[in-house]
Design a protein around this ligand. Structure first.
Ligand SMILES: [Zn+2]
Length: 108
């Protein structure tokens, strides 16, 4: 652990890659409704600070899930490769969905 402990935060997201070659973007969020965390199947209550995991699929398209921060740190981060910091402004939902509509060869 260490360098990712307090991330993502308001200004900084985390970008990584899954074993399947999909991009995974980890973005801080505040819950505006009740979510179920795919890591532990527990609830994320309205108002809770948590992490949105947005995938940009290698074959195109995106999908996202709401996770507890602790579950991301313990279960998801160790599975991701090529972790790097990204500006939160780069990782807005609209930006990433647009990214999912571009061909993978044109992504940076
Ligand atoms: Zn959880």
């Amino acid at each position: 652990m260490g360098q990712w402990d307090d991330l993502p935060d308001r200004r900084t997201s985390i970008r990584g890659r899954t074993a399947e070659g999909d991009e995974a973007w980890l973005i801080r969020d505040i819950a505006r409704k009740l979510y179920r965390c795919p890591g532990c199947h527990g609830d994320i209550s309205i108002g809770d600070e948590h992490v949105v995991v947005q995938y940009v699929r290698r074959v195109g398209g995106t999908d996202h899930h709401h996770w507890h921060r602790r579950c991301v740190t313990e279960l998801l981060l160790p599975e991701l490769r090529s972790l790097q910091r990204a500006s939160a402004s780069e990782s807005g939902r609209d930006r990433l969905e647009a990214r999912g509509r571009r061909s993978p060869r044109r992504r940076r």
